[in-house]
Design a protein around this ligand. Structure first.
Ligand code: ADP
Length: 398
């Protein structure tokens, strides 16, 4: 068990591709940290630098207080689990799991196979020890690959999208399994995924990357409730946060947001918005923070119903704003002429109680819970709440 430190880590490929830039982070001993971000954001590069499979262009990575920049992979006391399980097809599960220890240590066979038996128990696969990989299901192969890493009793586990080859149900099951095992072993783990839901459900903390830069790090709840910029706000949460383009109009005490939606805002929020570098703002509100009714009242925002998607416990209503210039009614879009405006790309969504809106409803009225809303500076992408803390290296998202 060891802490991991990244200090100003930078990786440039082919002298011009900046894959990771100025990455600073400390992962505590025994912590389960997930690196999440879209494809190409630098997650695998970071993991591979920890593993020693990739040179570090600048900065330092330390494991357990020791700088490992120049340390060969086999001396780093880490074990990595990949997306492809990379099991040897001609070896039994037992030999696959024993392989690393046999090669890299001079432990007696008795000790090695004893450990293999123990780990097979932990992974729930003792009956598979004499099988060959091709006799196993995807989930079982995954367990063997993870078991093979555990047997080595490393200080650090590195997981590179290890569940992406499994079907959805098994993936969910394995998430809890991996979490259980990591907690039981109390080993520091870095887990890479592009799937924000996976990140949210498994991790002690999540580090969100975009274009090789750390956007935010925090507990799943923290990054969900307090996104520091628009990128994090829209990346974390499914369905994603609704975003409305608005301008700020100051008043005596209160202010107003005018644009896609028009809203009065109280003095406290108005004071915060004044921190923004521009009056052009993005108002972010999650689908669960919008209530929808079929009866109009003054403070409600009128919207068109696009589609209602039943999800079981609740339904998801897709809507478009009446004021939106590029709104296309079904009739207009079927005309197919060049003068028809482009279809709205920014899908807007709200959770509703099942059957609370009649199926043939065309128009609905929205009430936004402003207490839960987020306001972002449209120029920098920063959440206006955090603009005072800009010195604290919050990476702009736009
Ligand atoms: P992620 O794991 O988030 O998908 P990567 O770390 O694989 O991202 O890639 C980050 C960036 O570095 C991307 O622009 C990718 O094209 C580039 N990259 C990754 N590996 C190499 C490589 N071996 N040579 C050149 N560019 C690379």
């Amino acid at each position: 068990m060891s802490s991991i430190d990244f200090a100003s880590v930078r990786k440039v490929y082919d002298e011009s591709i900046v894959a990771v830039d100025g990455f600073d982070l400390t992962i505590d001993s025994g912590e389960f940290l997930t690196l999440v971000g879209p494809s190409g954001s630098g997650k695998s590069t970071l993991l591979r630098m920890v593993a020693g499979l990739e040179d570090i262009t600048d900065g330092t990575i330390s494991i357990g207080g020791e700088t490992v920049n120049k340390l060969p992979p086999r001396h780093r006391d880490i074990a990595m689990v990949f997306q492809s399980y990379a099991l040897y097809p001609h070896l039994s599960v037992r030999e696959n799991m024993a392989f690393g220890l046999k090669r890299s240590t001079d432990l007696p066979d008795e000790e090695i196979y004893g450990r293999v038996e123990d780990v097979a128990q932990l992974m729930g696969i003792p009956e598979l020890l004499d099988d060959r990989p091709k006799q196993l299901s995807g989930g079982q192969q995954q367990r063997v690959a993870t078991g093979r890493a555990i047997v080595r009793e490393p200080a650090v586990f590195l997981f590179d999208e290890p569940l992406s080859n499994l079907d959805a149900k098994l993936r969910k099951h394995m998430r809890t399994e991996l979490q259980r095992i990591q907690q039981e072993l109390d080993t520091t783990a870095i887990y890479v995924t592009h799937d924000q839901e996976e990140a949210m459900t498994m991790s002690d903390r999540i580090a969100i990357l975009n274009h090789g830069e750390l956007q935010q790090v925090g507990t799943p709840r923290d990054v969900y409730n307090h996104p520091q910029n628009l990128f994090v706000a829209q990346f974390i949460g499914s369905p994603s946060m609704n975003v409305f383009d608005v301008q700020y109009e100051p008043g005596d005490e209160n202010g107003r947001l005018v644009g896609d939606v028009t809203l009065e805002i109280g003095p406290e929020q108005a004071a915060r918005i004044e921190n923004a570098t521009t009056d052009e703002l993005k108002l972010g509100i999650r689908p669960e923070d919008i209530s929808v009714s079929q009866t109009s009242s003054e403070e409600h925002i009128a919207a068109y119903v696009d589609i209602i998607e039943p999800l079981g416990g609740h339904d998801l209503l897709y809507f478009e704003l009446e004021e939106t210039d590029n709104f296309v009614s079904t009739d207009a879009s079927t005309l197919g002429d060049d003068t028809a405006p482009e279809a709205e790309v920014n899908e807007r969504k709200a959770f509703i109680e099942p059957e609370s809106i009649s199926e043939d409803a065309h128009e609905v009225f929205l009430n936004l819970n402003l207490e839960q809303a987020h306001v972002f500076d449209a120029e920098t992408g920063l959440n206006v709440v955090y603009i005072d803390e800009q010195e604290q290296e919050v990476a702009p998202s736009v």
